[in-house]
Design a protein around this ligand. Structure first.
Ligand code: FES
Length: 154
């Protein structure tokens, strides 16, 4: 219920803004870590949209989550420089190591895996970020070490 109140007040603050739905959804996700499905009807009401329209926007943009992320958010860069340096193989390794696919969360709720498109470390690719901390020149072994260290710290 508390989450619903937060979502409602954020939606209300954006409802009169042109194109306010996306900023509202960003605000809700920033505040709650995801856009709860039970918030969709109140968002729809605030913006005078159908639930299907709001749900369509939430599901269209991979950035928005309908469920909380895992405790560790692992992002693997898939932009050009990193792809040229083996990002696809690194992503496949990440899926296996974390036990979840891209845009997924492991069954134990420990990890979420997301693609990201440039972390500003192109000259030292491939790059990843773990809970917003960036790491460069990642090999599968280094990936495992970083994830294990982050897991122990979390
Ligand atoms: S392309 Fe991966 S960090 Fe820029």
């Amino acid at each position: 219920m508390k989450n619903l109140g937060i979502a409602t007040s954020i939606a209300a603050a954006h409802k009169d803004m042109p194109g306010g739905l996306l900023p509202a959804l960003h605000g809700i996700q920033d505040a709650l870590g995801h856009v709860p499905p039970d918030a969709v009807p109140v968002i729809a009401e605030q913006f005078n949209l159908s639930r299907a329209e709001v749900h369509g926007v939430v599901s269209y943009y991979h950035h928005f989550r309908s469920a909380p992320a895992g405790r560790l958010l692992v992002q693997v860069c898939r932009a050009e420089a990193c792809k040229a340096m083996g990002a696809d193989a690194l992503l496949a390794h990440a899926e296996q190591r974390l036990g979840c696919g891209v845009h997924g969360t492991s069954a134990d709720g420990r990890y979420s895996l997301e693609p990201v498109f440039c972390l500003g470390l192109c000259a030292s690719s491939p790059a990843i970020a773990v809970n917003d901390e960036v790491h460069a020149r990642i090999t599968p072994a280094l990936f495992d070490d970083i994830v294990e260290e982050a897991r122990q710290d979390s």
